[in-house]
Design a protein around this ligand. Structure first.
Ligand SMILES: Nc1ncnc2c1ncn2[C@@H]1O[C@H](COP(=O)(O)OP(=O)(O)O)[C@@H](O)[C@H]1O
Ligand SMILES: [Mg+2]
Length: 253
């Protein structure tokens, strides 16, 4: 392990997928490297279709790179990540509580224990009283918090959040960002979050990794050393605006 504080070292990942004709291949990742330290909030930003979700599916063990390595820095077997996919569906016929225990049940955690662990988080996730509701009875923001609860309750080393607020209207999105910062400060999860929103990345993160268009490489990494907790006024702070300009330049320059 190169970095003793690291929970994740991703080194030189490459990946290509076969095109429909079955002969040619499309290069998606052309050597992607980055790290995440314990308790760090890292955002991955890059143009649509550049391979961000592909990186996450490899971290989650759902796909394998053509070359390169992923090191979780522990020899414990089994999955290290809890993955909240880009389109995270709650099952409409299950109650909210039964949706949030799914990941634990799949791992063989007994139902009563899974429910106890999930229930504990309901107040923190603003879902008290909705344990027995169906997902259709929740607002968009509540549904995303339920999906996040299902991810967090698995208690893994690393949370992978793939555009968790992508489908929300901008007011709800802003509320959710503030809320996520608050719970993250409380629990200090190690988070890797995909977004294509520069402000969201800067507001929430300790570090932002910028990917190029496909085939993806890392164009820039910026450290966000703004004090926490950050409130919305930080968006107008000169340091924030300077970083935003820098990232805009990298992404569009
Ligand atoms: N399983 C797959 N088979 C073929 N092509 C894929 C597969 N998964 C992703 N791709 C292609 O890889 C590229 C990157 O996809 P993705 O990682 O989803 O991008 P992003 O999340 O950055 O928007 C896209 O061109 C997509 O069509
Ligand atoms: Mg994606």
């Amino acid at each position: 392990m190169a970095d003793s504080g690291g929970v994740l070292v991703v080194d030189a990942l490459t990946k290509s997928f076969p095109l429909l004709d079955g002969r040619a291949r499309r290069a998606v990742l052309a050597g992607v490297s980055f790290t995440a330290r314990h308790g760090e909030f890292v955002s991955v930003i890059g143009p649509s279709g550049c391979g961000k979700s592909t990186v996450f599916s490899m971290l989650a063990g759902l796909d394998t790179p053509d070359s390169g390595s992923i090191d979780f820095g522990r020899d414990a077997a089994g999955p290290h990540c809890a993955y909240m996919p880009q389109r995270d569906l709650l099952f409409p016929w299950r109650t909210v509580l039964d949706n949030t225990t799914l990941g634990l049940l799949v791992r063989g955690v007994p139902r009563a224990e899974a429910r106890r662990r999930a229930r504990e988080l309901f107040p923190i996730f603003g879902l008290s009283g909705f344990e027995d509701a169906r997902p259709a009875q929740l607002s968009g923001g509540m549904r995303q918090r339920a999906a996040l609860l299902r991810t967090v309750v698995q208690d893994r080393d690393l949370l992978l959040l793939d555009e968790p607020f992508g489908a929300l209207d901008s007011l709800t999105r802003t509320d959710m960002q503030a809320w996520l910062q608050e719970v993250w400060q409380r629990y200090r999860w190690t988070v890797l979050m995909i977004t294509h929103d520069i402000r969201e990345a800067l507001y929430l993160s300790d570090r932002v990794v910028v990917l190029s268009a496909r085939p993806a490489t890392v164009l820039r990494e910026v450290r966000v050393e703004l004090p926490r907790p950050r409130d919305l006024s930080i968006l107008a702070a000169p340091e924030f605006v300077a970083l935003e300009k820098e990232l805009l330049g990298v992404l569009h320059g």
